[in-house]
Design a protein around this ligand. Structure first.
Ligand SMILES: Cc1ncc(COP(=O)(O)O)c(C=O)c1O
Length: 407
């Protein structure tokens, strides 16, 4: 497994023009959890779509627009096949954040009433907390928060004990963006469905590093953003079971989402168009298609094995240092969060930047998790398929230099 993983990186790295500094030095980019670098294949696909192939979709009577419409809908089919759903179950959104807001404002307002409960977890990204608080303020639902195990996984035994027939929705991250912990989605789905609730999975950090099949996972909603999957910003997807989407009202109005408009009455298009008001992110959808083709050609099993080996090595290196505390489970997926005694993560990040090492320092849009960990911020190294041992070497050297600077 690690032989295959080791073979992944060197050749692939050359596909990513962003992995060098402005002066042509290797850039040790360890912030793929925030956003991934793009392979040339994706950049080329975007340039073609915005250049020689460019036209609008769904409306034009001319050939270029008809071709663009085919390419745009082919992107939707590719997203569906990538995560094991059906084409008409994939709604393009601006990203995971918008996808969760869509579910909250459409499904939530339609199906939840005062006194209903939903369950989130301590480790959720703000994108999977605040949309539900907005819904709570509007509808009067109650939000429960599932605790974590000692090593930072969503505690499914606790979730089981907390769930009641009044719970209508559970929304959990598939992979934590801070701790890298991986949820057992199938087990979560079984217990959530056992009380008649729906399960929404925030797959932002999972789709770039684990094979995902929504049918096997048995969740009801799955969301992700393209830019963490080596694709462009400005597009993401909501997958939902067809029968659920069919019952959801539109949440934004405008062109493309209608069937017939009069001033007296408007009827709406079926899903997924019902949820895609306005001219869509055409170029971004086509570039997302190219990103999925790229990732699929490398293989998610191989990417997962590669990142798992890098996480194992980095954790071992950090565990040898007396002044470093590690957060999250030993087998975290692609993400390692840590703290250095007496050094603020921002100072560490700034010194590492001088060494051409880019990590993330901060609360990672997970302030409740920071409160739980008892810190204001963590340092986070997150890997991508192009990461390799030289990135870990540079990080370790940078940490050692930081230690010398801080005495
Ligand atoms: C777990 C998780 N959920 C949601 C998001 C929000 O994604 P976006 O800002 O692309 O909508 C992120 C991004 O950092 C994330 O890591």
């Amino acid at each position: 497994m690690s032989t295959l993983a080791l073979a992944l990186s060197p050749a692939l790295r050359a596909d990513f023009p962003g992995l060098v500094t402005g002066t042509g030095q290797p850039w040790h980019y360890l912030d793929s959890g925030a956003t991934a670098q793009k392979p040339q294949q994706v950049i080329d696909a975007a340039a073609r779509a915005m250049g020689a192939d460019y036209a609008t979709v769904h409306r034009g009577v001319y050939a270029r627009s008809a071709e663009m419409t085919l390419a745009f809908e082919a992107a939707r089919r590719r997203v569906a096949s990538f995560i094991g759903g059906a084409e008409d179950e994939v709604v393009f959104t601006r990203g995971a954040t918008e996808a969760i807001n869509l579910v909250a404002q459409s499904w939530g307002r339609q199906n939840l009433k005062a006194g209903d409960r939903i369950l989130l977890s301590v480790l959720e990204h703000h994108s999977n907390i605040v949309p539900w608080q907005l819904l709570r303020d509007r509808v009067g639902i109650e939000i429960d928060v599932c605790p974590l195990t000692a090593d930072g996984q969503i505690d499914l035994d606790a979730a089981q004990a907390m769930l009641t027939p009044r719970h209508r929705l559970v929304a959990f991250a598939h992979v934590s963006n801070v701790l890298g912990s991986v949820l057992d989605v199938r087990r979560a789905a079984e217990m959530v469905h056992g009380v008649g609730a729906k399960l929404l999975i925030d797959g932002c950090q999972a789709v770039p590093r684990l094979p995902v099949d929504v049918a096997t996972l048995d969740c009801d909603f799955y969301v992700f953003s393209a830019h963490k999957l080596y694709g462009p910003t400005g597009i993401g997807a909501l997958w939902a079971r067809a029968e659920i989407l069919a019952g959801m009202p539109p949440w934004q109005g405008g062109g493309s989402m209608i069937d017939r408009v009069t001033f007296a009455h408007t009827t709406y298009a079926p899903p997924p168009q019902r949820f895609e008001a306005g001219t869509p992110a055409i170029v971004e959808a086509i570039a997302l298609h190219a990103a999925i083709d790229y990732v699929a050609a490398v293989g998610l099993d191989a990417i997962h094995a590669h990142e798992t080996r890098l996480v194992g090595r980095l954790r071992t290196e950090l565990q040898r240092m007396n002044d470093i505390s590690l957060f999250g489970p030993q087998d975290s997926a692609g993400i390692v969060s840590f703290a250095m005694d007496g050094v603020h993560p921002h100072d560490l990040g700034t010194i590492l930047d001088e060494e051409n090492v880019a990590i993330r320092a901060g609360h990672h849009c997970a302030q409740p998790l920071m409160d739980h960990l008892g810190v204001a911020a963590t340092a986070r190294a997150s890997f991508g398929l192009y990461s390799d041992d030289s990135d870990i070497d540079a990080l370790v050297q940078g940490i050692e230099r930081t230690r010398r600077i801080f005495g």
